[in-house]
Design a protein. Sequence first.
Length: 121
Amino acid sequence: MYSLPQEIEVWYIIPAIRKEFARILTEKHSMTLEKAGNLIGVSKAAISQYLSNKRAGKFKLPKEIKKEIEKSANIIAKDEKKAIEEIERILDLIRKSRGSCSACKRYNPEILNLCRCKSCR
C-alpha cells in the first residue's frame, strides 16, 4: 500500500513550512502565537507545538527554502493578505527542487516503482 505524494506533502512538508513560518513570525517579527497562527492557517496551540518541536520534526527543509520562507515571512508581516500566496510559492519551490521526492523516498517508498518522476528512477 502507498500514499499519494500529495498526502506526503500534507503530513510532512506543509507542517515543516508552517513550523519555519511560525519560528520567524514569532521570533523576528514579535508576533503572538495567535497572530502567527491566524496568518498561516493553524491554531495558537499548533504554533506552540511547532516552536517546542512537538510537531513537524521529521522533514528538514533545505537552507535555500528556509531563506525563501524568511523572505516570505517579511512580506506577510507587512501585508497579511499575501500569506496564502507566499505559502503556495514556497510549496511550489519545494516541488520544483524535488523536495517532495525526497520526502516520498523516505516516507513512501512503496510508490517509487509507480512514480514517473525522473529523480525517483
